[in-house]
Structures are given as structure tokens and as C-alpha cells.
Design a protein around this ligand. Structure first.
Ligand SMILES: N[C@@H](CCC(=O)N[C@@H](CS)C(=O)NCC(=O)O)C(=O)O
Length: 261
């Protein structure tokens, strides 16, 4: 498809998952065509010179719109909503907008770091750990941000402490219960309208029923389950998750109402 906007959009991303999935789904909801540049996080593509020339922090996602480079997935989603035509992804009502941003702050600063620590300890670390130790040490040395170097070192060398992991699990459970309570009285994160808050929460939580099956399921969290399924049924979500290449994003199939149908 030819770009229909005056300035073309290129998105550097990994799987439709967590931070990468946020602008992917927001662009799809707005109907904005974009050039997709897939970076394999497990191959450390995000620390290679070609990408550091785009985002010197070596983190994904990054979006290039014309000559402008945008980073940070949540403000990037706000930019996408403001800069392009298409359906509004922010409610007009100030209270609903505040609520959307309240939840995005909670997702980004509390829920996501805890869930991410668990994901890095059980998926990213073991998946990337297959290579020789010297190669991994050299890969870590090339990471520009100190905070990401620490995360990688812990994941690759299995250094998350039992206390850290227990605290993350406690936070994930607390946040899941808070979300269930909220959705029991609200169709969408911001109220009556689908918004960036839903896009943010979906990217974070679409696989919760697999990550914490005892606590997130049709009996214990029926409102979360229904909310996840409603988002997955949106054409933009189908289109976005079809871009996934690994088992990470294919976990989304657990949201099919009629598996195998
Ligand atoms: N706050 C940033 C976080 C970006 C970030 O850390 N992304 C992760 C992937 S979800 C990443 O790039 N990890 C690669 C690495 O640490 O090497 C955002 O929301 O965009």
C-alpha cells in the first residue's frame, strides 16, 4: 500500500508485544500505513550501529515520521493519535481522559516492570542464553543504557533474586485484581470509549491468562477476559498480531472464543 500521508512513517519494532505493540496497534487503529522494520531483540539487533543511528539509547520501539524520530511508546501513541487522521483514540471528556492517563501511568510504572521482570527471567534470558558466554558478555558491553545492561545481565546470567521475583509476582497479582475491579464497572479503560489506555493495557496483559493461569481466568477475572477478547476481535489487533514471528506473540491465540474453529 502507498503511504497516503504527506510524510511517511517507519516503525522500528520487535514483536507485537509490550512496548513495540503499542504504536503498532495505535497505527493500525488509525489506519496509518507504515514501513515495518522488525528488529530481533534476542539477536541484539537494537544495539547494532544501524539502529543506534536512529535511537542512540538502543531501545525499541522508535518511530520515524518524516525527519522526526520519536521514542517512548506511550507518548508515541499520543503523537500518533494527534498527528494523523482516523478515529480518535483519546476521549474528549476531561475526566475520561484523566482516567485513561491514570491507567497508562499505572500500567507503565507499576504493572509492566513487574510483569517484564518475570518475562525476562522465564523467556528472554533462556532464549538468548544459548550462545557462548564471551559472545554474551560482548553483547552486554555494547548496550548503551546502564539500566538495560543491568536487565540483560540479570536475565542472561539468571541473576534475578527469589525476593525480586516474589515481589514482582505480588505486584502483578495486585495490579491484575485492580484491573478486574476497574473493568467490572467500565466497558473500556477510560469508560465508554476505546482508547490508548486499552491499547496500552492489552499489549501488557494479553497473555496474562497464560502467565498467571491460577489468578487470571474466566472464573476469577471474567471482566479482564472479556475485555481482552473484545480487543483481540478488533480488525486492527488481528492485523497487528499477524506481524508476529515468534511464540511470544502467538500466545494471543488463547483469546480465541472458539479455538480451532
Ligand atoms: N520506556 C520505553 C522502554 C523501551 C524499552 O526498554 N523497550 C524494550 C523492549 S519492550 C527494549 O528495547 N529492550 C531491548 C534492550 O533492552 O536491549 C518505551 O516505552 O518505549
Amino acid at each position: 500500500m502507498q503511504p497516503t500521508h504527506p510524510m511517511s512513517v517507519t516503525l522500528y519494532h520487535w514483536e507485537p508485544n509490550a512496548n513495540s505493540g503499542k504504536p503498532m496497534l495505535a497505527l493500525a487503529e488509525k489506519g496509518v500505513p507504515y514501513e515495518s522494520r522488525y528488529l530481533d531483540l534476542l539477536q541484539f539487533d537494537q544495539h547494532k550501529p544501524a539502529y543506534l543511528a536512529v535511537n542512540p539509547d538502543g531501545t525499541i520501539p522508535a518511530m520515524v515520521h518524516g525527519s522526526r524520530v520519536l521514542t517512548e511508546s506511550t507518548p508515541m501513541m499520543e503523537y500518533i493519535d494527534d498527528a494523523f487522521p482516523g478515529p480518535a483514540l483519546k476521549p474528549r471528556d476531561p475526566v475520561a481522559r484523566w482516567r485513561m492517563r491514570w491507567w497508562m501511568r499505572f500500567f507503565d510504572s507499576y504493572f509492566a516492570p513487574s510483569l517484564s521482570m518475570i518475562g525476562w527471567s522465564i523467556f528472554v534470558g533462556p532464549a538468548a542464553r544459548q550462545r557462548p558466554a564471551e559472545e554474551l558478555a560482548a553483547a552486554i558491553d555494547r548496550i548503551p543504557l546502564e539500566s538495560r545492561r543491568v536487565a540483560w545481565r540479570k536475565a542472561l546470567f539468571n541473576q534475578f533474586t527469589p525476593e525480586e521475583l516474589a515481589e514482582s509476582r505480588r505486584r502483578v497479582l495486585f495490579a491484575t485484581l485492580a484491573l478486574e475491579k476497574h473493568l467490572s464497572g467500565s466497558t473500556w479503560i477510560a469508560g465508554d470509549t476505546y482508547s490508548l489506555g486499552d491499547i496500552n493495557g492489552f499489549n501488557l496483559g494479553y497473555a496474562l491468562p497464560l502467565s498467571i493461569p491460577e489468578q487470571c481466568n474466566d472464573i476469577k477475572t471474567p471482566y479482564i477476559m472479556e475485555w481482552l477478547r473484545r480487543i483481540y476481535e478488533r480488525p486492527a489487533a488481528r492485523e497487528t498480531w499477524a506481524k508476529g514471528r515468534t511464540q511470544l506473540s502467538s500466545r494471543i491465540k488463547l483469546l480465541e472464543r472458539n479455538p480451532g474453529a
